[in-house]
Design a protein around this ligand. Structure first.
Ligand code: SAM
Length: 179
């Protein structure tokens, strides 16, 4: 895709038996549909990466695919570290995905020690550092994240993510690292 992409993703919950399917798909299904070069197989949260693709899964929580990183050791993440100081060499990944806690009230579910939720600019700058030139960074948030100069990225897509009538709308901010 060459132009700027602002396609809305509908990600309602999967239907129960006999229930009307309100939305055609879920989050990783959409991700695979738009950025299929990174994946071999996607079903629900189950993901198999395409051969040779190096993917960092930031704020991984319960997710287990790719190189997972989270600051809670109980999450089972491969790399247990704060999001803005990752023990990872620069220019390592083809894709970095990030699903941070985006508000203080939500963040308290995960941590009583650090009361502030992760700062979008710092997420982008650190994610961009570990991404290879030409690689992609995809950050799910409730705000539009600017392509901060310090990150050396271009914003190539913003997907409004609609997750159901009683849920907040989110935005998947997608950047390409320059270079
Ligand atoms: C919205 S949840 C991620 C949920 C995940 N995508 C899933 O499906 O399970 C946010 C995650 O960010 C992690 N987190 C919050 N603050 C962090 C920080 N300062 N550094 C690293 N990880 C952090 C939390 O431990 C939590 O697992």
């Amino acid at each position: 895709m060459t132009g700027f992409d602002d396609t809305t993703w509908r990600c309602g919950p999967p239907p129960r038996k006999g229930q009307f399917q309100r939305f055609p798909s879920r989050f990783w299904f959409n991700f695979n549909k738009f950025y299929s070069q990174f994946f071999e197989y996607v079903k629900g949260d189950e993901v198999i990466l395409a051969e040779g693709m190096r993917v960092l899964n930031m704020f991984s929580g319960s997710l287990t695919w790719g190189d997972t990183t989270d600051f809670r050791s109980e999450s089972g993440a491969k790399i247990v570290a704060p999001y803005d100081d990752l023990p990872i060499l620069s220019n390592t990944y083809d894709l970095v995905v990030a699903d941070p806690s985006y508000a203080d009230f939500f963040h308290k579910q995960w941590s009583q020690d650090t009361k502030d939720h992760p700062i979008p600019k710092r997420i982008l700058v650190e994610a961009a550092r570990v991404t290879k030139p030409g690689g992609l960074i995809a950050i799910l948030h409730i705000i539009l994240i600017r392509p901060w100069k310090e990150a050396n990225v271009k914003c190539i897509a913003r997907h409004p993510v609609f997750a159901g009538e009683n849920n907040v709308i989110r935005c998947l901010n997608v950047f390409r690292k320059k270079g």
